[in-house]
Ligand binder design. Structure first.
Ligand code: ATP
Length: 247
């Protein structure tokens, strides 16, 4: 049994009718990897992320995570095993305060892992306040989450995913809709992630990819076109062809 990889997909395939959105993808991620998924629109990036998170099931192929076959596992089970994710459209409870949104997420994670004790709400709340500080959201802790800007919601969503202490953090376009200031903040935050937390991000912004990822996989028409360092990928003629139709 191969325990050197955190995540491994074998021939992962997902079709929608006649369309194969993800087509025989073999993909591995080491412990603590900082990896980006890029590719033209419709390449299958979000579908691959959804397959790993468990929000959709593959048509065929397998997924292993940390030594366990999770191909058929529910997304709740995957979350428990250490797969956290943030969404392209972050969901918050608009009427709850920013702090309470985070406490709720952290409580759900703790509850799912059965690490919950009745006297821990105060401590959990303290931890959440601290995390809001790290994410630059402390001034909004007591505001209704519905009043946050798009970028702030995204930061809150990532903070919520982090509260599950994931081994793998899946991020769907974390920088989309963020101001330059928020992007810089996000990049700095990721620099502080524990070294053992792996991240897999879908991202169009190549500056963000270069800042956050040491390896990049290019998807094209559902297949892996190339994997390499950001510098290698940026000058790869086939990658350029996939994006621009010519070199
Ligand atoms: P983008 O960068 O535009 O978000 P992507 O690389 O994330 O693209 P996906 O969203 O994974 O691409 O979509 C891959 C292909 O699968 C597209 O052709 C898309 O239209 C199709 N697809 C995705 N989800 C569904 C669905 N639920 N039903 C039918 N087709 C779908």
């Amino acid at each position: 049994e191969d325990m050197t990889e955190l995540l491994q997909t074998d021939g992962l395939t997902r079709g929608y009718g006649a369309l194969t959105a993800v087509d025989g993808v073999d993909f591995t991620l080491g412990f603590g990897a900082r990896h980006a998924l890029i590719g033209p629109n419709g390449a299958g990036k979000t579908t691959l992320l959804n397959l790993i998170a468990g929000s959709i099931r593959p048509t065929s192929g397998r997924i292993r995570f940390n030594g366990t076959d999770i191909t058929r596992a529910t997304s709740a089970r995957r979350c428990m095993l250490g797969i956290g994710r943030s969404f392209q459209q972050p969901a918050v409870v608009p009427g709850l305060s920013v702090l309470d949104n985070l406490v709720l997420a952290a409580w759900r994670h703790a509850h799912a892992r059965a690490t919950w004790g009745s006297r821990r709400l105060g401590r959990l709340t303290d931890q959440c306040r601290q995390r809001l500080g790290e994410f630059g959201l402390a001034p909004f802790a007591d505001h209704p989450a519905g009043r946050l800007s798009h970028g702030q919601r995204r930061l809150l969503d990532i903070a919520a995913a982090m509260s599950g202490c994931p081994r793998l953090l899946l991020l769907d376009e974390p920088a989309a809709g963020l101001t330059d200031e928020d992007v810089a903040h996000l990049v700095a935050l990721f620099g502080q992630l524990p070294a053992e937390v792996a991240t897999l991000l879908v991202e169009h912004n190549l500056d963000v990819v270069t800042a956050l990822a040491s390896a990049v996989t290019v998807l094209h028409a559902g297949r892996v076109l190339r994997t390499g360092s950001p510098a290698q990928i940026q000058k790869d003629p086939e990658v350029r062809r996939a994006y621009f139709g010519s070199v």
